[in-house]
Design a binder for this molecule. Structure first.
Ligand code: SF4
Length: 250
């Protein structure tokens, strides 16, 4: 049976990034539409299923063909890249151009992620762990299927590809004890890289989220996290990041 032509909906593109796909020069594709409404989200134009200004998938493929030999990979970000029917075909088309692929996902679509892993269509996966499972609905507007999410983390860890699980830190979203419980779940799944990133105040959906200047974690917990993961990174907090980078074990 002929493969259905992808009608993957794209709300925007960043032609070049050196940070979203570790070790690769890459283009970022922002999928249109998201199933969640996270209080800290600043991608509001990407949230509706359709927008007045979208890029055609054909124009994306043409752009990538022009950059062959220059860029090394494509990052599927969003919005939520896995919820569209054309996701797997879009990955295949990018792979057919000889490019590597990275995925940034909210973790609500374990099925497509696991399918893509089995088909070897992904080279890097970054998953957001939004908050403790009990608070998902309060933060995102949707509850999450805990067992499926954990099963997906295990598959990612087993896949032998680069990966990270990241938590956006704000005391109104996830407190320190919840961060430590999340870290336990993630480590038990075999995930190697754990990232804590500071909430960046700006265009967040919830205007009541106050800005924070630091992650504010206790030093003892930074040490525990550094011990727990082969790779533990702090983003957006230079002071706590330096503490972590100076910790050496084994
Ligand atoms: S932050 Fe939340 S609402 Fe915004 S794009 Fe990501 S998953 Fe969707």
């Amino acid at each position: 049976m002929a493969k259905k032509q992808s009608d993957y909906l794209v709300g925007g593109m960043q032609p070049l990034t050196m940070i979203d796909f570790p070790g690769r020069l890459a283009t970022v594709i922002f999928a249109q539409g998201c199933n969640l409404r996270c209080r800290f989200c600043y991608n509001r134009t990407l949230l509706p299923d359709r927008a007045s200004e979208m890029l055609s998938w054909t124009s994306i493929i043409d752009f990538l063909k022009d950059r062959q030999g220059f860029i090394e990979g494509v990052v599927f970000s969003g919005g939520e890249p896995c919820r569209q029917e054309g996701f797997i075909r879009a990955l295949e088309q990018v792979k057919e151009l000889g490019l590597e692929t990275a995925l940034h996902t909210n973790g609500f679509y374990p099925g497509p992620v696991i399918t893509a892993l089995k088909l070897r269509l992904l080279n890097y996966v970054a998953i957001d762990f939004k908050t403790s499972f009990e608070r998902y609905e309060e933060l995102t507007g949707s509850s999450i299927a805990e067992d499926d999410f954990i099963a997906m983390l295990r598959e990612i860890a087993r896949a032998g590809i680069g990966h990270e699980v990241r938590v956006t830190v704000h005391p109104d979203i996830v407190d320190e004890s919840e961060i430590m419980k999340i870290a336990d779940i993630v480590a038990d799944c075999g995930i190697e890289k754990f990232v804590l990133q500071r909430f960046q105040h700006g265009e967040a959906l919830d205007k009541n989220l106050r800005a924070i200047s630091s992650l504010g974690l206790k030093q003892i917990n930074l040490i525990k996290l550094r011990q727990r993961f082969p790779d533990f990174e702090i983003r957006g907090d230079q002071t706590q990041g330096e503490i972590v980078s100076k910790l050496k074990f084994g």
